[in-house]
Design a protein around this ligand. Structure first.
Ligand code: GLN
Length: 202
């Protein structure tokens, strides 16, 4: 991998510009991905937050769903935030009947899991692999991860009703997902971790 990777941001819908900005700050070249051709040109991909049901429909309409699944199956690193986390989940609870996902991470996520009263909130989360300081995490109508398969590494949790808490950050090989939006807070540690994954660092 070159020192300067090309990272795509899936640009069907959602907060694309914020991810482009952070990735460029970190020295990556970026491409807004709206077609299978563009997808071919990237070393890694970010799937932003937004609305997973809409994103799913648009991915099918733009003939991107199958190419996305193929590249994931072939090992392309992908980082999904919020709706992007849902897109990377093998199983979704609370989705619409026709909602498809790209899949790739052996997990079940629950859409809009934190409930109406807490549509959005901010809290410090310890994330495995980015250092000691908690990450200031912004959650917006966020999913949580209800369960994970044996190959999934849990990177972060927030307090929940039981002792284990709720899983909000995971990684399976080159695929990484967070329930929250690190592109909004100016702390670049999670994007940096992803850029390192794309560069081939473990
Ligand atoms: N901020 C977000 O990405 C919200 C996700 C949205 N609730 C969904 O289900 O797709």
């Amino acid at each position: 991998m070159t020192a300067r990777p090309t990272i795509g941001v899936l640009a069907l819908q959602g907060d694309v510009a914020e991810h482009v900005h952070v990735l460029e700050t970190l020295g990556a070249d970026t491409v807004k991905v709206l077609s299978a051709d563009r997808l071919d040109s990237v070393d890694g991909l970010v799937i932003p937050g937004g609305e997973s049901t809409t994103m799913s429909k648009l991915a099918v309409r733009y003939d991107l769903m199958e190419p996305l699944r193929k590249r994931v199956a072939n090992g392309m690193p992908v980082y999904g935030t919020c709706a992007g986390m849902i897109m990377l989940a093998d199983r979704v609870l609370g989705g619409t009947a026709d909602q498809e996902t790209v899949g790739g991470i052996d997990m079940t996520v629950r859409r809009n899991a934190f409930g109406r009263q807490t549509e959005s909130f901010e809290t410090g989360v310890y994330i495995d692999g980015i250092g000691e300081d908690p990450f200031d995490a912004v959650f917006i109508r966020a999913p949580w991860v209800e369960s994970v398969g044996p190959q999934v590494r849990v990177l972060g949790r927030v307090p929940g009703t039981d002792e284990a808490g709720r899983i909000v950050a995971v990684r399976q090989g080159g695929l990484m997902a967070t329930s929250f939006h690190p592109e909004l807070t100016g702390d670049t540690r999670i994007h940096r971790l992803f850029v390192d994954i794309v560069k081939g660092h473990p």
